[in-house]
Design a protein around this ligand. Structure first.
Ligand code: CMP
Length: 138
């Protein structure tokens, strides 16, 4: 079925001027952009968004990274969007990511991995609502 996923082009990708290349790859892979903006997460935003990781040793580093500059937040629509987008971005660690995936091409490291993709339909809806109001999603 056609469904939606949520993505962020993370601060490292924006700093390295990879926004255009990554959006081009997303579009060429069949995803329709139904919401998008440049925004910056506050510390509170990042702590809430990544609350599931708050016991992890890398949590402080993750919050620091995700708040250090602007991100591109977007909602993407496609048949099987959540799973297909995770395939397109590749493994969390770019060293393990398949050839041609966004993380293989553009990620800096395991921590600074260029792009986020929701891991379930339920989280896609929660994450989209975190960043966008209903009237910003088309
Ligand atoms: P993502 O899987 O999108 O969401 C959790 C993020 O935490 C992950 O991307 C990385 O940015 C970061 N992360 C995951 N594992 C590690 C790790 N071992 N060290 C540092 N950062 C990590």
């Amino acid at each position: 079925a056609t469904n939606r996923t949520f993505t962020m082009l993370k601060p490292d990708a924006v700093e390295k001027r990879h926004i255009g290349a990554i959006l081009d790859k997303i579009s060429a892979s069949g995803f329709r952009i139904v919401a998008m903006k440049l925004t910056q997460m506050t510390k509170g935003d990042a702590e809430t968004f990544y609350a599931i990781h708050n016991e992890r040793p890398f949590f402080g580093e993750l919050v620091e990274y995700m708040t250090r500059g602007p991100i591109v937040a977007a909602v993407l629509e496609k048949e099987n969007a959540v799973e297909d987008f995770r395939t397109l971005i590749g493994a969390t660690n770019p060293a393990d990511a398949a050839e041609g995936t966004i993380r293989k091409l553009y990620a800096t490291s395991m921590g600074e991995n260029a792009v986020h993709g929701s891991d379930s339909d339920e989280n896609a809806a929660i994450e989209s609502a975190f960043h966008f109001s209903g009237r910003e999603i088309f």
